[in-house]
Design a protein around this ligand. Sequence first.
Ligand code: NAD
Length: 252
Amino acid sequence: MDLKNKNVIYVGGFGGIGFCSCKCLLEQGVANLGILDVFEDNEKIGTLQALNKAANVFYIKIDLTDVDNIEHAFTAAHDTMGRFDIVVNGSGIMNEHEIERTIKINLLGVIYSTFAALRLMDKSKGGHGGVIVNISSIVGLDAYGAYATYTASKYGVNGFTRALSDPYYYSQTDVSFITICPSTTETAMIASLRMDAVTTFDRMPPLPKLLCNNQSAEECAHSLVTAIKTAKNGSVWILTSGTLREYNYPDI
Ligand SMILES: NC(=O)c1ccc[n+]([C@@H]2O[C@H](COP(=O)([O-])OP(=O)(O)OC[C@H]3O[C@@H](n4cnc5c(N)ncnc54)[C@H](O)[C@@H]3O)[C@@H](O)[C@H]2O)c1
């Protein structure tokens, strides 16, 4: 997909991966970029706007723990843009002591946000189709004991996103779904874990190999944007050490 003149919604666009991805999207010439996030950040909006003066960059508050607010945010964004071509669900938290909040933001938030976007994009309901990109994690593909609840939320995102990519729905909605699974990426989320790793138990098993392959937020963002441009409906992508590769689930 050529990103030039496309309309993009980025949920979590002020986060580490989100902000870098928004920069890349603007460099690709998107026309409208709506950032939906829980707190406003005018400095980041200014930085993004300066990258592409022709684009319309705007902020709308969304709190993924509040279903009504999610619906309201998507309706307001749609009123501003007219149509969505790409919606990225890129918010998330990692704190094993906040079990309900983790599931609410990482899984239920993604589910409700996806349905709110789909309602406005579905071709069979007057929309124009497009792509919905859900950010999971490498631990959405392979469990890691130190973050059991976070792992559960990300397995949920993978299952949910792949389920919606069923060709039966795609043929009616013209909305495709892709799942993004980054390995460890240097953002505030990881920095805060280094300060205080709030893990499943008070002991931490050794890191699996793939989680040792750190990458910068810029590298992750670059791979994410490449995936958006090239990925087919239902595909699942591993983003690690600045590389991008498709993951194929084994046949059962
Ligand atoms: N950093 C990593 O190593 C890594 C690895 C794999 C997957 N991920 C995933 O990538 C995504 C982005 O992570 P990041 O590392 O950039 O984290 P980050 O902490 O920098 O950003 C998280 C974003 O989520 C938003 N958010 C938090 N609570 C919210 C709420 N209630 N409603 C709406 N938005 C809310 C924050 O405002 C922020 O914009 C998350 O889904 C995360 O799970 C991160």
